[in-house]
Design a protein around this ligand. Structure first.
Ligand SMILES: [Zn+2]
Length: 187
């Protein structure tokens, strides 16, 4: 079932409000709660978010199994692998909304702001974030700038361009506040 970008965004907003208000509709914890079609999937939105253990999309948007196609990488970076995953969600699964979700106290952003270099593959992750946070006046602004950088990278993906230009696909940003559980959607 195709869900328009605006409708998908409304579903995410409404789900996050239920979560904030401690009124979730969805509760899936044990095997008998699982209700999946093993042959296919039909998510209504894709989310690129951080690997941070406190950012659990299905809970904070009060969605069920099969509702969200989630790519998680430290710092919610739009790496080539993340882009490929999102292209699959859009072009193969018919998802019409991509949300880039950053969050409060993101360690990857703090690392990128520190000026330090890191060992191993972590340096590759932090290196993607660094250009976004240069010049950001503070931590919060850096987190927002990194969300916007990922949105820009996604928006330039050739396999998404036509859908974006026609308006049948949208890319939005969100900031998850760990204290309140609220997601603030960016313009
Ligand atoms: Zn993070």
């Amino acid at each position: 079932m195709s869900v328009s970008p605006a409708e998908a965004l409304e579903r995410l907003k409404a789900g996050n409000l239920r979560f904030q208000n401690n009124e979730p509709h969805t509760y899936v914890r044990v095997l008998e709660d699982f209700d999946v079609d093993p042959q296919s999937q039909d998510p209504f939105a894709a989310v690129l978010t951080c690997s941070d253990s406190r950012v659990v999309c299905e809970m904070l948007f009060d969605t069920g199994i099969g509702d969200l196609f989630v790519a998680r990488l430290a710092g919610n970076i739009a790496s080539p692998e993340a882009l490929g995953s999102l292209e699959f969600a859009v072009n193969a699964l018919g998802v019409n909304l991509i949300l880039v979700l950053g969050h409060e106290n993101c360690g990857a952003i703090k690392a990128a702001m520190s000026g330090e270099s890191y060992a191993g593959h972590l340096e590759e992750v932090i290196g993607v974030i660094r250009p976004a946070v240069v010049g950001a006046p503070d931590y919060h602004a850096a987190i927002l700038a990194n969300i916007r950088q990922s949105i820009e990278v996604i928006s330039r993906a050739p396999l998404l361009a036509a859908r974006l230009a026609s308006g049948s696909l949208a890319v939005s940003g969100g900031y998850y506040d760990l204290d309140s559980g609220s997601v603030r959607f960016l313009d």
